[in-house]
Design a protein around this ligand. Structure first.
Ligand code: CTP
Ligand code: MG
Length: 229
């Protein structure tokens, strides 16, 4: 496919998984026979539009992840193989995002940032976000909440609310600038869109995928994977 820009994907797998618990961080727990982060890696690697992947991992797993890549890539046609950078993450999610962004070559103009703890992401959602980011400059997959949401004081108007997913896509220069500014201003958000919004940019919303849930607490794992590994 001919493109005069390149798209990179940051796959975040450097968290501690405190809320899920267990002896190893959640993204390394086996899900259907392989470490959870591999499902996201596979999905991004299967999308031709993604030319580089920055796989951000915690220091303790760097070597193990590096060692698994040649085998993973050898299953793919040589021409279809993305460049994969394995990068050490930071203490907090934003530190890991910044480390991932810094790994891309200068040809990468658009970036998708994905939580490695969302193993059910599909190639079709990734393609949709990639298409939208090159059209609108940003793309944030969202779904409608099923439940009514309230604060302690009052009920919120559900018709104005969204549940936010990843991968979220942005122009690389804007996302990098947003993280630089946040560092200076002491802003901390829980997703990438919230950083870009601090610049006054209103991101484009895309339809998300209800199956693309984040593994966060023990009940989120399939039953057979519940026992700590
Ligand atoms: N993440 C990361 N680096 C960090 C923190 C988080 O790469 N320093 C990643 C996680 O690996 C995960 C994603 O960001 O894929 C979303 O974060 P979250 O679900 O909060 O994961 P954890 O921070 O690992 O879990 P917890 O908050 O329960 O400790
Ligand atoms: Mg966290």
């Amino acid at each position: 496919m001919q493109q005069n820009y390149q798209i990179g994907a940051v796959v975040l797998a450097a968290g501690k998984g405190t809320r899920l618990g267990g002896s190893i961080p959640k993204q390394h727990r086996l899900l259907h026979g392989e470490p959870m982060y591999m499902a996201s890696l596979r999905a991004f690697a299967s999308v031709a539009e993604i030319s580089e992947i920055a796989l951000v991992v915690d220091r303790a797993h760097l070597q193990e992840v590096e060692a698994s890549l040649p085998g993973f890539l050898s299953e793919m046609e040589p021409a279809a193989r993305p460049t994969i950078h394995v990068v050490e993450g930071g203490a907090e999610r934003p530190d890991s995002v910044v480390a991932g962004l810094a790994a891309f070559s200068s040809a990468v103009r658009y970036v998708l940032v994905h939580d490695g703890a969302r193993p059910y992401v599909t190639g079709s959602l990734i393609r949709r976000v990639a298409d939208a980011v090159t059209t609108y400059g940003s793309a944030v997959p969202c779904i409608r909440p099923r439940d009514t949401i309230r604060t302690a004081e009052h009920t919120l108007d559900r018709s104005t609310l969204y549940l936010v997913q990843t991968p979220q896509g942005f122009r690389r220069d804007i996302l990098e600038y947003a993280y630089e500014q946040a560092k200076q201003n002491g802003f901390a958000g829980t997703d990438d869109a919230s950083y870009v919004e601090q610049l006054g940019v209103r991101p484009h919303l895309e339809e998300g995928d209800p199956a693309n849930m984040k593994i966060t607490i023990p009940g989120d794992l399939p039953e057979e994977e519940e026992t700590p590994s």
